[in-house]
Design a protein around this ligand. Structure first.
Ligand SMILES: Cc1cc2nc3c(=O)[nH]c(=O)nc-3n(C[C@H](O)[C@H](O)[C@H](O)COP(=O)(O)OP(=O)(O)OC[C@H]3O[C@@H](n4cnc5c(N)ncnc54)[C@H](O)[C@@H]3O)c2cc1C
Length: 434
């Protein structure tokens, strides 16, 4: 039978974001309940994440968050403070960014210089020497596989921006589980297979949530970390008209193949962001290879009204396009006989930058709009929401004077104004690159 409960904070969503937030709130002394309609922690869009770690963001705060988070992945068990089983691994195999012709690297490199992110520019000869598995040809613009010009010969050569500290996390769902296990260790409660159907309020103060089994959870703090379902929760909370930046679910395919010879994990491989061909890709321990898209102008944008109604397997059309593009860059990549891979959803904002913010409904906070590029930042997002909530609940007006978050490993300061729901668009990237 449903039993009503009272806690200090409810986190809606037990993906990597909700789990990181639950951990930071619970270990700072708040009693937390995390609620998820799914079967398992991290079983939402987090489970489909490519979990790439890179630093190329258009805002300096995006770079700072990714750089600080990288250090927390390196010291993952220390960051968690509690483990009682397997933990995810950070594979620091390096990241290559192959820009489209005419790319101006100056803005991102000035952020890297300011923040201290190591990098190297590789010309095509150096790229070919260090990564002999790659074809260094320029094939721009990206095309769909059925475009008659798809197999046109290269015209020119690409260069690369190389980040030695880039890489990937091998099991994104395990990362969320690690975070939530640590939160539970400190006393957090997790309710799975329970859907939030109401966000309660009293005048302008949030009151808690009601679950689909009739349980009322009363709390002065509620965090929306519902990933691609975030706008549905904001509608329940009645805050949609308080946001100039909005969120929308976008269906995305990730194709899978076998890792090409000479480009696996520990076998000469790196993470590749290929803006020239319109893909990103990386090897996976165990011998597979993941390939996703970067919203090339020719690619379909599959906006979704209801993520639960969409097919979650890769479509033949996108599979073919993604794998053929990757095979142009890595000729040893074999095209599988039938489509393999996953499909899931990004929670996309207008500027592909997340929203980490309060709202005009007191006690109701947002960790949403992660736009396909925030898995890597989860260990920092826990702290961001913790610091934001601590400040706002103590009476600070974050809308007037944005909270500043201190990053312990890098000594940098994050200005949370960059992630405001009411910012001017922070980036013009228009893609998952953010
Ligand atoms: C295909 C793909 C590839 C990606 N690749 C990368 C990458 O390489 N690098 C990177 O940094 N980021 C990447 N991302 C982005 C990253 O994975 C996401 O930003 C992150 O996982 C989002 O986590 P989340 O916790 O916000 O969302 P989710 O994991 O989706 O969690 C939200 C949870 O909320 C629950 N929920 C929703 N509504 C309700 C309700 N009413 N009641 C109860 N529970 C509810 C859902 O069940 C879900 O479990 C990728 C994302 C996708 C989809």
């Amino acid at each position: 039978m449903a039993r009503d409960v009272e806690v200090d904070a409810v986190v809606i969503g037990a993906g990597v974001m909700g789990s990181a937030i639950a951990l930071e709130l619970q270990r700072s002394g708040r009693r937390v309940v995390a609620v998820d309609k799914g079967e398992a922690v991290g079983g939402g869009s987090t489970s489909a994440s490519s979990a790439v770690i890179r630093f190329t963001y258009s805002t300096v705060d995006g770079v700072i968050a990714a750089w600080e988070a990288m250090h927390r992945w390196v010291l993952w068990a220390d960051y968690l403070g509690f483990t009682d089983g397997p933990v995810c691994q950070f594979h620091r195999i390096g990241k290559l960014h192959l820009p489209e012709p005419g790319y101006d690297a100056a803005p991102v490199l000035s952020h890297f210089d300011a923040v201290g992110v190591p990098y190297e520019m590789l010309d095509s000869a150096e790229l070919a020497r260090l990564y002999p598995a790659l074809d260094t040809g320029c094939f721009h613009p990206p095309r769909l596989a059925d475009d008659p010009q798809f197999f046109d010969p290269a015209h020119g050569e690409v260069e690369a921006l190389y980040m030695p500290d880039g890489g990937f996390i091998d099991d994104p769902q395990l990362a969320a589980t690690n975070l939530m296990d640590a939160a539970r260790h400190h006393g957090a409660e997790v309710r799975l297979r329970r859907r939030v159907v109401e966000v309660t309020r009293s005048d302008d103060q949030v009151g808690g949530v009601v679950l689909d089994d009739g349980t009322s959870i009363t709390a002065p703090v509620v965090v929306n970390a519902a990933g691609p379902w975030s706008s549905q929760i904001n509608a329940l909370a009645g805050v949609l008209d308080d946001m100039q930046i909005t969120t929308r679910a976008l269906r995305q395919d990730v194709a899978a193949a076998e890792a090409p010879a000479g480009f696996g994990v520990g076998d000469g491989g790196a993470v590749v962001g290929d803006m020239d061909l319109g893909t990103y890709s990386r090897p996976q321990p165990g011998g597979s290879y993941l390939i996703g898209g970067v919203e090339a102008p020719c690619d379909p944008m599959n906006w979704s009204e209801d993520p639960d109604a969409d097919q979650v397997t890769s479509t033949a059309e996108m599979f073919e396009t993604l794998v053929y593009r990757a095979a142009r860059r890595i000729p040893a990549l074999e095209v599988p006989l039938r489509p393999m891979g996953v499909a899931s959803h990004y929670d996309v904002t207008e500027d592909w930058t997340p929203i980490y913010d309060r709202t005009r409904l007191k006690g109701y906070y947002l960790a949403i709009g992660t736009s396909g590029n925030q898995f890597k930042n989860a260990p920092v997002v826990g702290q961001i929401l913790h610091d934001l909530i601590a400040a706002c609940e103590a009476g600070h007006d974050h809308d007037v004077e944005p909270v500043q978050v201190q990053c312990h490993h890098t000594g940098q300061t994050l200005n949370l104004g960059t992630f405001s729901r009411n910012r001017r668009p922070a980036s013009t990237s228009g893609t998952v690159m953010g």
